[in-house]
Write a protein of this length. Structure first.
Length: 115
């Protein structure tokens, strides 16, 4: 390898290392200062519907579903869907609906006779 190519590779490596160090320092400062992305104003935030299909009552399902209800978003609703009113998840959702952390609904094929 000739001297020109070697010095060019060293120069490129030095520039890339300097850029990586600059990025790392900027990311560290941003994390240290707690810089967060700008939030939308409540009026500007579009309404959102989260559709959550359910089947069976898994381990810690209530905590998982509660995390859906505790979103940091002002205008949302959650629709939990089941295929059968006898699904064990229905009881868990109904308990959650009593607590009502967020606007929630329960939808399914045979739930109209239960509600």
């Amino acid at each position: 390898m000739n001297v020109t190519a070697s010095s060019w590779l060293i120069g490129c490596g030095t520039v890339l290392a300097a850029l990586a160090m600059g990025y790392s320092i900027t990311a560290w400062l941003a994390a240290r200062q707690g810089i967060r992305p700008a939030r939308l104003e409540t009026a500007a935030a579009p309404p959102v519907t989260v559709l959550k299909p359910l089947c069976g009552a898994e381990h810690a399902i209530y905590e998982c579903l509660r995390s859906f209800c505790e979103q940091d978003y002002s205008r949302f609703e959650i629709v939990f869907g089941v295929s059968d009113s006898d699904d064990p998840a229905v009881a868990v959702v109904r308990v959650g609906l009593e607590v009502r952390h967020a606007p929630c609904a329960l939808a399914g094929r045979s739930l109209s006779s239960d509600s």
